[in-house]
Every structure is written in structure tokens, then in C-alpha cells.
Design a protein around this ligand. Structure first.
Ligand code: FAD
Length: 504
């Protein structure tokens, strides 16, 4: 059997491992944490389950890219998914004028709805949304089309126009512009920096219809693990790789913290490239590459507030909710000031099995600068000190104060709540700045924030959110590229489509 060792048991490592397992590889996935999944992991607090980094995603509609991929991998039937509401899949509230916008499911429905809210801009809305769809349709990877040899996300010049500039070409009303940026927290959208293709992807994913895992995304990690094990592979936890041995431009083996050595013909890294550079033997990569990694900025981080409600005290919301101070502030979450924070909050009530009319828990995802937690950056979880705990409580209160403006007796309904900060995210994922989506995409230098799946080390490949795009969609589709780097361009893509066409 052909063999492969994968460093990191997050979404990228597990999907790549499952794809290779189906190609006859014996795969060993090495994960540093106690539980596999990275961002897919669910954790328990006082007997209740909370998600770490996978709340909402698309691609599971009929003919959707992820539906096809996970069907091919044989895990679709094991996933318990719930579609968000047809008539209000995303609900956006703007404090400035008290407006509430309920985005429906479906491109035409979204265009019609926005046109009702901003009738004067009817034609502009259609032209702008058509443009975003047109851009995503050019992406072979997104459309699961067989492609030419390794393709970066630069397809035509409109891809790399800053998303706000692209919007200016079509939309006039400033309120509409602000509203159309409501997805910025989900892709770290930054004015003048983030390329249009990121806005296009997220908009198309959300307009086509989003889904949530019922009972958490751990189920996907577990299902992928089974695919790897069924093919004779293994997924090992508490196996932090601390050295990658390189000789003659080839990886010879990896050493874990507990002293085990794993060897294979091929190796794949699903960890942040900065981590990779720390653990790989000196000289494996040229200095230029190291400099490049140190130059790339990371995407947004978050304060995440987790709430467990008292019994039957808060309704279940089958949608993603966005609450912005103003239209203008929906646009950009960089350079926030603590006094004015938070500009915007994303919140949802994750569905549980036999979900009834009341929610069990709620999660608030609130963009936050890593700079703010720097005073404690040399501390570890549970030992960050009293001042950190006090600061965290103040920030959590700011979020709850803001949300009480929407739901006046909100605090009364809480049984318990707690928060994680950019430092929690940094330490849990093992990345350098608590970044949630990997490298910040920057249209002034896209090459800097995108990586090839191939490396200078002959038998070492990359996967995960830093290669192309983050999220369930971006990471899973990148995994196809990584697996194909080993087994041949378009081989897997062809099989995925063949299986779908056959089933259809
Ligand atoms: C708070 C938050 C909310 C999010 N919400 C969404 C959402 O709603 N929808 C969506 O699509 N995406 C969301 N994302 C993004 C999504 O979670 C990520 O894009 C995705 O999970 C990244 O997968 P990955 O495999 O690239 O990386 P990771 O999940 O980070 O996996 C890397 C793995 O490598 C392990 N590791 C690190 N160092 C080592 C080492 N030395 N040895 C062994 N193992 C190691 C880590 O423990 C981790 O398990 C969110 C992210 C965050 C943080």
C-alpha cells in the first residue's frame, strides 16, 4: 500500500486523508489535541455541547459541491443537517435605524427581497449579484470542474478588485452598501484589502442556502475518521508533531512529543505554515519562503461567547443573526477601538437532536483584535491571571449589554455563560495569532496570502485553510487539490462527478 502521514487532524487533514484512503493509501493522521477535528470539534461544558469553529456553511443543496464531495466519500448519510429558514436564512439588524432585514434562501429570492427594500436600486442589485455569481462560476474548484494544472484564485482581474470597490461600481445607496457587507465577519472582509472573489464566494454560498449540523460538527470529523480507518489507516490523538526530519529535500519521518516516529512515502501538513516552519528541520525551506510567511497578515480573530439558557427561556432561531451598530460599521472590523466595541455581533442557536421551539444554547461570534490580548500572550489556558479574567468578563458584558438592547431581559434567561478569546483560539488550533480563517486575503498581493499545495520538499504537501480559502467549503475543496497532487490532476474530481451523475 502507498502510505501517507498527515500532520493535523482538522477538517483539511481529515478530508485529504479520507480522499487518499479511497485511493488506496494507508493514512496516518497525527493530531495534537485530545479530540480530532480542529474547527470541527465540539466540546462539553457542564454536560452541554458547544461548537468551536463550525457553525454555518453551504454547499449541501441538491447538486451542491459539498453534497457531492461527502456523498463520494460515503459520509453524507451519516450527517445530520438542518437547513436554515427559507424565508429568513440570515437576519440582519441595524441599530442605527432599527431596521431588520430577513434574507431569504435562493438567488432570485434575495434579489427580489433586496429590491423591495431598495426599489430605486432594483437594476443595480441584480447586476451586482449577477456579477458575484458570474465570478464564482469561473472557479473550477468551486464548481467541481476538472481544471488545468494547479490554479491559483486569480482568474481574471475582477477577482482581485477590493470587494468594496466592486460594490461601488454597481450600488449607490450607502445603506444598501452597508447591508451588502453583512457577511464580512464570516470572511474577514476588510475595506480596500479583501478581494471580490471572497465576497462573491460567501455571498453565493449564503444566498444558495445555508445549513447547520444538528448536534455539532464533530459528527463530520468522526465520519471521516471511519473512512480512513476502514481503509487500514489510523487517526491518532495526543500526537503533537514536534519535528519533521528532512534529508536530501525529502521528509524521512516525523517525531511526536511523546517520542514516537512515523514514516511514510508522503507527508501532508494541515497546520498553519508558521507552525510547519517551526517544526521542520532547518534548511528545508529557503529563507525567502520563511520571510514570506512572516510577512503575511492573519485574518480576524474573535471573542466567542457561549450561553446555556435556562429551560424554555429563549426561542430557537433557525437562522444566522447579525447585529451591527450602523450600516457603515458593517463594512470593516479591523482597527476597532475597545471603547466602541463591538461594532457587530454574529449569533446563532445551534440545533440539537429533536430540536423543539426553545434553544438550549447560543453562540456569539464577535470580531476582536489579537493586539488586545497581547499583554497575556505568554500565558497558557487556565493560567492567564486574574487581570485577564477580569478583562474577559468586561468584554463579555459588553456583548451581553449590546444584546440586551434587542432582548431586554436577556441576562435573566442565562443559566451559565463563558467566553473564549483570540488567545484560546491561538492555543487550541496552534496558530500564531488566534486567526480564525488563516491568512488574510489581500488583493494588493494575493500571491502572498495563497499557497501552492506543492512545496520545495519533494514528498511534502500542504492542505487546510491557509492554502486557498477557509471554512467547510474552502478547506474541503482544497483537500481535493492536495490529494490530487499525489494521485494525479482531476482523477478525484472526475470520480466525484461520475458518482453524482450515476446516483442522479
Ligand atoms: C470561532 C470560529 C468560527 C468559525 N465559524 C465557521 C463557520 O461557521 N463556518 C465555516 O465554514 N467555517 C468557520 N470557521 C473556519 C473553520 O473552522 C476553519 O476554516 C476550518 O476548520 C479550518 O480547518 P483546517 O483543517 O485548515 O485547520 P484546523 O481546524 O486548525 O486544523 C488543524 C489541526 O492541526 C492540529 N495541530 C496543530 N499543530 C499540530 C502539531 N504540531 N501536530 C499535530 N497536530 C497539530 C490542530 O490541533 C488542529 O486540529 C470558524 C473558525 C473559528 C475559529
Amino acid at each position: 500500500m502507498k502510505t501517507c502521514v498527515i500532520i493535523g487532524g482538522g477538517l483539511g487533514g481529515l478530508v485529504t486523508g479520507a480522499l487518499l484512503s479511497k485511493e488506496g493509501y494507508k493514512v496516518t493522521v497525527l493530531e495534537k489535541n485530545l479530540i480530532i477535528g480542529g474547527g470541527l470539534q465540539n466540546f462539553n461544558r457542564h454536560g452541554y455541547s458547544f461548537p468551536t469553529g463550525m457553525h454555518i456553511f453551504g454547499g449541501f443543496e441538491e447538486g451542491g459541491n459539498l453534497r457531492k464531495l461527502f456523498d463520494y466519500l460515503g459520509v453524507l448519510d451519516q450527517l445530520s443537517l438542518q437547513a436554515t429558514d427559507d424565508d429568513a436564512s440570515d437576519v440582519i439588524r441595524i441599530e442605527e435605524d432599527g431596521a431588520v432585514y430577513r434574507m431569504p434562501r435562493g438567488k432570485d429570492q434575495c434579489i427580489a427581497y433586496l429590491s423591495t427594500c431598495f426599489p430605486v436600486e432594483k437594476e443595480n442589485i441584480k447586476a451586482y449579484i449577477d456579477k458575484l455569481y458570474e465570478l464564482t462560476e469561473k472557479m473550477d474548484m468551486f464548481c467541481l470542474r476538472e481544471s488545468k494544472p494547479y490554479e491559483m484564485m486569480y482568474i481574471d482581474e475582477d477577482f482581485v478588485v477590493p470587494f468594496d470597490e466592486m460594490m461601488d461600481r454597481y450600488i449607490i445607496n450607502p445603506k444598501l452598501k452597508g447591508l451588502l457587507t453583512y457577511l464580512c465577519p464570516l470572511y474577514s472582509g476588510m475595506k480596500g484589502t479583501t478581494p471580490t472573489f471572497m465576497a462573491a464566494l460567501l455571498t453565493v454560498i449564503h444566498f444558495n442556502g445555508t445549513f447547520q449540523f444538528v448536534g455539532g460538527s464533530q459528527q463530520l470529523a468522526n465520519a471521516l475518521k471511519k473512512v480512513i480507518e476502514k481503509a487500514g489507516g489510523q487517526v491518532l490523538v495526543r500526537s503533537e508533531v514536534e519535528r519533521i526530519i528532512v534529508e536530501d529535500h525529502q521528509v524521512k519521518g516525523v517525531v511526536t512529543k511523546n517520542g514516537n516516529i512515523y514514516q511514510a512515502e508522503n507527508y501532508i501538513s494541515d497546520v498553519h505554515p508558521d507552525v510547519l516552519l517551526r517544526i521542520i528541520d532547518e534548511g528545508a525551506f529557503p529563507k525567502l519562503f520563511k520571510n514570506r510567511i512572516s510577512l503575511v497578515s492573519d485574518s480576524l480573530s474573535f471573542l466567542v461567547v457561549f450561553v446555556k439558557f435556562k429551560d424554555k427561556s429563549f426561542p430557537f432561531l433557525n437562522q444566522v443573526n447579525y447585529f451591527f451598530q450602523s450600516y457603515e460599521k458593517g463594512l470593516d472590523f479591523s482597527h476597532e477601538q475597545q471603547e466602541d466595541w463591538p461594532k457587530g455581533i454574529v449569533y446563532l442557536t445551534p440545533p440539537v437532536e429533536h430540536q423543539g421551539e426553545f434553544a438550549e444554547t447560543m453562540v456569539f461570534v464577535v470580531p476582536m483584535e489579537y493586539e488586545w490580548v497581547k499583554p497575556w500572550e505568554n500565558t497558557r489556558t487556565g493560567r492567564r491571571g486574574e487581570d485577564y479574567e477580569q478583562w474577559k468578563q468586561i468584554m463579555m458584558d459588553k456583548v451581553l449589554d449590546r444584546i440586551e438592547r434587542l432582548y431586554p431581559d436577556y441576562r435573566e434567561r442565562i443559566e451559565f455563560c463563558f467566553a473564549s478569546t483570540p488567545l484560546t483560539i491561538r492555543d487550541y488550533y496552534g496558530n500564531r495569532s488566534g486567526s480564525c480563517y488563516g491568512f488574510q486575503k489581500d488583493c494588493s498581493n494575493l500571491m502572498l496570502s495563497q499557497m501552492s499545495v506543492f512545496t520545495k520538499v519533494k514528498n511534502l504537501y500542504l492542505t487546510g485553510q491557509n492554502v486557498n480559502i477557509h471554512g467547510l467549503c474552502g478547506v474541503s475543496l482544497t483537500a481535493i487539490q492536495t490529494a490530487e497532487a499525489l494521485v494525479g490532476l482531476n482523477t478525484i474530481m472526475h470520480k466525484i462527478n461520475e458518482k453524482y451523475d450515476h446516483t442522479a
